[in-house]
Design a protein around this ligand. Structure first.
Ligand code: HMG
Ligand code: MG
Length: 299
């Protein structure tokens, strides 16, 4: 059965922009985040506190957080280790996320350590975040396939998710990092996970490389998952997953949810304006099909 209401986690300012080659100014990032908030988005991943040598585009995350208002929106950040958490706390992030992988190859390439070592590192992050009364989200990447190791077993995803929940993550976002999944593999994955984990503790994070993101999201919603990560204008990709395209476009998810009669609380036309503005800044078309169609009609 489909959920009545869905929470959107907008990852465009982080996942969407992290792979951009040209530096994007703090002002442009903040303008994007404010437009998203004005469109009604309540959870926005606004940056990441990773090693700036690894991901230079996120090096100005401190300045971005400093410019954000203290309102009811949850502005969150990725933190790979204690150093990242300390930076996030000092910058005033309201929530952080740790990120593991279900494949060893991606773990090594993305965070320079094994899955087991990353989980040990996250325990320390969790403790300090707990002391600071900050909630921690957990990502598991490559849940439906890995650019380095190929297929990934649902059992491995379950093991990593279980550990991250046990250490205190309030939710696991299941990353189809390279967008290779289909509803068949999504359902196989969820068969394993939902036998043990409640759908309220799961989110889906679908990259749209093979055009499967919306059907995979629909399949996940049919299993009771009601938190969806998306990226305005379909921005993005992961710097450590070559060829992976952006996340599912937020505009397309909102259009789908409205059509299904599922509450989402977002003003689609304001969201499209946000996507068109950042696309203009980046000098490329908005990748969202919904935004393209509705911009065409109104133009
Ligand atoms: P490392 O090089 O192994 O770290 O990187 P280290 O502990 O050995 O330290 C080396 C240097 O990095 C030191 O500086 C540290 O101070 C510095 P030096 O002494 O050489 O001058 N350093 C830091 N500086 C600032 N902030 C920090 C930090 N940590 C260390 N937090 C590390 C390990 C995990 C830090 C690195 O591999 C890294 O930053 N990785 C992040 C890569 C990344 O951001 N990937 C994209 C995000 S994940 C993603 O997109 C997937 C997702 O969307 C879900 C999905 O789609 O599946 C979430
Ligand atoms: Mg991602």
């Amino acid at each position: 059965m489909l959920p009545n209401s869905v929470k959107l986690v907008e990852v465009g300012p982080r996942d969407g922009l992290q792979n951009e080659k040209h530096a994007i100014s703090v002002a442009d990032k903040v303008a994007l985040i404010q437009r998203l908030a004005n469109a009604g988005v309540k959870h926005i991943e606004a940056g990441s506190f990773v090693n700036p040598k690894w991901v230079p585009q996120m090096a100005n995350s401190e300045a971005v957080f400093a410019a954000l208002p203290d309102d009811e929106v949850c502005y969150s950040a990725l933190t790979p280790n204690l150093q990242g958490l300390d930076r996030a706390l000092a910058a005033g992030a309201k929530e952080v996320a740790v990120f593991a992988a279900a494949s060893e190859g991606f773990s090594q390439k993305n965070i320079n350590c094994s899955i087991a070592d990353s989980l040990k590192r996250f325990e320390a992050v969790m403790q300090r975040a707990n002391d600071a009364k900050i909630r921690v989200r957990g990502y598991v990447s490559c849940v439906l396939g890995c650019p380095y190791d190929g297929s990934v077993s649902p059992q491995k995803v379950l093991e990593v998710s279980r550990e991250m929940l046990a250490m205190g993550c309030y939710e696991i976002s299941l990353g189809d990092t390279i967008g290779v999944g289909t509803p068949a593999s999504m359902n196989r994955l969820l068969d394993g996970l939902l036998a043990e984990i409640s759908p309220e503790q799961l989110a889906v994070h679908c990259h749209d490389t093979y055009g499967q993101a919306l059907v995979n999201i629909y399949a996940a919603m049919l299993r009771g998952i009601a938190t969806i990560d998306s990226s305005v204008a379909g921005l993005g990709g992961c710097p450590y997953a070559k060829g992976a395209s952006g996340n599912v476009a937020s505009e397309d998810v909102v259009y789908l949810l409205s059509g299904l009669g599922i509450h989402h609380g977002i003003d689609l036309s304001a969201l499209i304006d946000a996507g068109n503005a950042i696309s203009a800044t980046l000098g490329r078309p908005n990748q969202s099909r919904t935004a393209q169609a509705l911009t065409e009609q109104s133009g």
